[in-house]
Design a protein around this ligand. Structure first.
Ligand code: AKG
Ligand code: FE2
Length: 223
């Protein structure tokens, strides 16, 4: 980021829809660096990062690696039978702790935070042209919130309604370090990433280019 430019202060917390909260700049730089390093390790294996193939024959433009449970369209498995047949890396306790802090920051509700026990992380890497169409996260058998962390290039994140891909929706710019939590009445809202804004990231995070997004979820299938 260009330190010479005057930067407008960003709000501490914005409720985009009921249960959907954006917390700008939530992750300190060191935490972003640690997450980038951890994701690099997971991207190597045991199940390497890859573009997910869709049942219709298409391939997603983002590259994805999972921890705890492996997501493939449209279910979670322990073993990545659509990649190399190996079990995914274990979901570490520190990631669950981070998820609880995120829920506390977004909702200001210590009980909801204490109850939050994510068991999977989907790690998406976006290059300059990657996008994600509007979809619902609905393969989880739990209505616990989704915690989303963004690092690297900024993007336009479209957060819609629970009925369809159309309006009403809100376009939010997610910047490196931002937290977005969607739960409660917004848990099954359509959302997606229409575009990444190349070159907007801070290389000190460890992301020289591209965008990293980590979503923590509770599959409802158990740890
Ligand atoms: O990259 C993002 O911000 C959203 C990712 C997402 O919606 C997903 O992985 O299901
Ligand atoms: Fe999603």
């Amino acid at each position: 980021m260009n330190e010479g430019l005057f930067r407008l202060p960003r709000p501490e917390r914005v409720e985009v829809a009921p249960g959907a909260v954006h917390v700008p700049g939530w992750l300190p730089l060191e935490r972003q660096q640690e997450l980038v390093a951890a994701c690099r390790e997971w991207a190597r294996g045991p199940v390497p990062i890859r573009r997910t193939e869709l049942p219709g024959g298409g391939v997603m433009s983002v590259r994805t690696v999972c921890v705890g449970w492996h997501w493939q369209p449209y279910r979670y498995t322990r073993v990545a039978d659509d990649v190399n047949g190996l079990p995914v890396a274990q979901f570490p306790d520190w990631l669950g702790e981070l998820g609880r802090s995120a829920v506390a920051a977004a909702y200001g509700d210590d009980d909801a935070a204490a109850r939050y026990s994510p068991d999977t992380a989907l790690i998406n890497f976006y290059d300059d042209s990657a996008r994600m169409g509007l979809h619902q996260d609905k393969d989880e058998k739990s209505d616990a919130p989704v915690v989303s962390l963004s690092i690297g290039d900024s993007c336009v994140f479209r957060f819609g309604n629970t009925e369809n891909r159309g309006r009403p929706y809100t376009d939010v710019e997610l910047v490196s370090g931002d937290l977005f939590v969607f739960g409660g009445p917004s848990r099954f809202a359509y959302h997606g990433v229409p575009k990444v804004l190349p070159g907007t990231g801070e290389p000190a995070t460890g992301m020289a280019r591209g965008r990293l997004n980590i979503t923590l979820r509770d599959t409802g299938l158990g740890r």
